[in-house]
Design a protein around this ligand. Sequence first.
Ligand code: CP3
Length: 345
Amino acid sequence: MLETLQGHKTNRPPLWMMRQAGRYLPEYHQVRNQAGGFLQACYTPDVATEITLQPLQRFPLDAAIIFSDILVIPDALGIDVQFKKGYGPRVEHVHDAKRRQKLLQTDPAQVIEQLSAVYQAIGQTRGELNADKTLIGFSGAPWTLAAYLFDEGPSKDTPNLRAFAYQEPQQFEELLTHLAQAIAHHLKAQADAGANVLMLFDSWAGLVPPNLINQALLKPYKLIYQQLSDWGIETGQVLFSRNVRGETYTLLDKELPQNVAFGVGHTTNLVQLRQQLPNRVLQGNLDPAVLMTNVDTALAHVDNLLTHMKNNDGTYSNWVFNLGHGIMPQAKPEVVAAVVDRITL
Ligand code: CP3
């Protein structure tokens, strides 16, 4: 994966799968339940390490992604975050100016103390992983984290956040800047602990209207990447600005450092985007629903993707194989195994 991120050609694309550790694996349920809940599992280094490594014990994937969540950032900034089984995450809202003020008065660097268990898990995982496997650390991006602070994540729309952005543009900028600073600290600490790649998840980026792209996406991304660069962080970088339109990809390509690969959701045409951004490393974008079907159906989709992404000389470059979004709890482990074999054998 690192070779591809550095622009080298390889004989097959590197591969990992978003949310590769999780609810489709029976061994995940067992360990999570023993740990006493999802956040407890994230904050117990032995448990987080074990869950991170589970998918690699089953499948010859090229990368592990640390078992954690994007919502550890609001949690570390004193916001109440809960994961109730079957309900998805519940995050304390900051519509209220007083509540928001309290959040803005926190020190963005405090996440490093609050999330020390995550960095410990990264160090432990890096120690147990083979040297040829990449370890990915990650964070939620400012817009997506703000979406959880203003609107229920599962409602997937963000009307409250958009209303706030229009009515209080300065406060909106202040909030996203505060989150961006906390995120930069969290990413740096993960790199320092041993993560080889840092991925920024902006899962709800596709909900940003054109007149907010600059404030909601571009400015916060630039701030984070500038900060990491000022700190001398030299890991690989992936930005998953999910479901943004073609013109936004062009803007991001023009404005962001060349070493940032772009994650691509499955509703985007990857082959077209490859032509649109020939020099950018792309990561994606098999539809995770394909892994809920059967081996033959899934392999037909994988073969199609491989054919379209292959160079004329039979090599692969500027592409990391992945799903277009997180793996579903209904994914079948035997279909995942067949897909991995198709790419690695
Ligand atoms: O293998 C991995 O990728 C594990 C690490 C990981 C998790 N969440 C574990 C998790 C990562 C990278 C994430 C990112 C994440 N979390 C995102 C961005 C990626 C995306 O899918 O868009 C988002 C939006 C979240 C917020 C979140 N966390 C939601 C919406 C949910 C509930 C619904 C769901 O999809 O699971 C979670 C909980 C969560 N995070 C679980 C896991 C394994 C399930 C928790 C459980 O066991 O009950």
